[in-house]
Design a binder for this molecule. Structure first.
Ligand code: FCB
Length: 489
């Protein structure tokens, strides 16, 4: 495997999943506070009140980041911590926390990749309508501009939204994520206002910081037909691609919603919430597209309402997240599976990167999340052996390398996650970390995968150095050869 010299190797986290300190220093309430405190919404009633206590232990956590030897770290800002009601004045204590955190990363020579919205909408904005309401997109742009002005010089790359698919469809259609609503039409309005919010925020950041690098992270679905020869199953895959992928790629990269998406969902909504100029706004200049990838989906046509299997990996729910697709069933793909029940299939990652490279030439990509949950156990000798995670990560890094070899412009890879953390509706039961969290003591313990990742990064660095010297050596002169064959003496 070879990787470009400037490749970013990182780990990722999100504010609500690790910070804790939910009621400290003026932080406001988010929809995830409300949701997790509602009985029955999360496994074991877990909440993010304490989580990994990262708000207090961030220095120790940054030391782990340094020891992993990553050159980038992806974090998110808690909107209610910096702007408690989602509008109005900033909470200085919250902003100062992120200033210190970013300064800590820069002092350790780690590039901060900062997500503005990783699902923790201020509750007051949800009370005013949430993402189905247009005003939330405007408030989001305002918050983004504040952050650009306050923190801009410290941020390597901004990501407007993390996985708007989850915000819209799991939050407003299936209801397994906050705010837990099950209103299909509202979910499509949320899709649109998230796209609009992305475009407005990207433009607001650029106006405050002309040199800012902007990205958006999507969890695009690789939905394959059960029977690749069946026209009906191919149609099922097309429909899922429209709702899950092109509902975001369309406006953000092509400047329009596709006709098939509008037709598929016409019985749910007339899309009247899309105003003139909105999709042009959503299509803001993008420096990088972030890709979160975990597994694939297998889909099949079924007679509408016949109640086919819905094993889509997104937790059982009363409402379906697949708005407008009640003639599509999700069949469980072949083993092996992670503790989330997600199938392990690195080929889907290469397929997805290759597709994006083909459809959007010139748009750099970055794998902003990839990882796996397994039932890790802390041994009596204080070690955590997680060979399955090492294997998962290794095979997915190789899948990225395959895409690079095919000529796709991939700029980085971020392992999800630095630490075990609050895995949304699964609470603390599912462990994705490279570092094990002993929650009663808050002790951080490196799993074998953390050592493996550190060594992988070290090997990659030294290997590319070795190649640099031997590929173009001339007596008395060493030229550095980069991936695109430009010499850089
Ligand atoms: C992604 C989320 C991230 C984490 C992983 C496992 O969908 O972005 O916060 O929960 O899944």
């Amino acid at each position: 495997m070879t990787f470009p010299r400037e490749f970013l190797w990182g780990t990722a986290t999100a504010a609500y999943q690790i910070e804790g300190a939910a009621a400290e220093d003026g932080r406001g309430v988010s929809i995830w506070d409300t949701f997790s405190h509602t009985p029955g919404k999360t496994l074991n009633g877990d909440t993010g009140d304490v989580a990994c206590d990262h708000y207090h232990r961030w220095r120790e956590d940054l030391d782990h980041v340094t020891q992993l030897d990553v050159n980038a770290y992806r974090l998110s800002i808690s909107w209610p911590r910096v702007q408690p009601g989602g509008k109005g004045p900033l909470n200085r204590a919250g902003v100062d926390f992120y200033r210190r955190l970013l300064d800590g990363l820069l002092a350790r020579d780690v590039k901060p990749v900062v997500t503005l919205y990783h699902w923790d909408l201020p509750q007051e904005l949800e009370d005013a309508g949430g993402w189905p309401s247009r005003d939330t997109a405007l408030r989001f742009a305002d918050y983004a501009e504040h952050m650009a002005r306050e923190l801009g010089d410290r941020v390597h790359m901004w990501t407007t939204l993390n996985e708007p698919w989850c915000s819209a469809y799991l939050g407003y259609a299936s209801g397994v994520h906050a705010p837990g609503r099950t209103e299909p039409a509202a979910a499509l309005a949320a899709v649109h206002h998230l796209n609009l919010g992305h475009g407005l925020a990207a433009r607001a950041i650029k106006s405050a910081l002309p040199d800012a690098h902007i990205s958006l992270t999507l969890n695009l679905h690789v939905a394959r037909p059960v029977d690749s020869q069946s026209v009906a199953d191919q149609e099922a895959a097309r429909k899922i691609d429209a709702i899950a992928n092109r509902a975001f790629l369309g406006p953000v990269l092509d400047g329009a919603y596709s006709d098939d998406l509008l037709a598929d969902t016409a019985h749910v909504t007339d899309w009247a919430f899309v105003q003139d100029g909105d999709t042009a706004t959503a299509r803001a200049p993008l420096d990088v597209l972030g890709v979160n990838y975990y597994s694939t989906q297998l889909v099949q046509y079924v007679a509408p309402g016949s109640g086919g299997s819905q094993d889509d990996g997104h937790a059982p729910s009363v409402g379906s997240p697949w708005v407008g697709a009640d003639d599509v069933a999700f069949v469980r793909p072949a083993a092996p599976y992670t503790a989330m029940g997600w199938n392990i299939d690195p080929s889907g990652l290469t397929e997805l990167l290759n597709r994006l490279g083909r459809d959007y030439p010139g748009l750099p990509l970055m794998v902003t999340e990839n990882g796996a949950a397994f039932a890790d156990e802390l041994g009596s000798d204080g070690t955590v052996h997680d060979p399955q995670r090492v294997d998962y990560l290794h095979r997915h890094v190789a899948a990225v390398s395959d895409a690079l070899d095919a000529g796709v412009d991939v700029r980085g890879y971020f392992a999800w996650s630095l630490l075990d953390n609050f895995e949304w509706s699964y609470g603390y039961d599912r462990r994705f970390g490279l570092i094990y969290l002993d929650y009663p003591t808050q002790k951080r313990i490196w799993k074998d995968s953390a050592y493996w990742y550190r060594d992988l990064i070290a090997r990659r660095a030294s290997r590319s150095e070795a190649q640099l010297v031997c590929r173009r050596g001339e007596p008395g002169r060493v030229s550095i050869l980069s991936r695109d064959n430009q010499t850089d003496p």
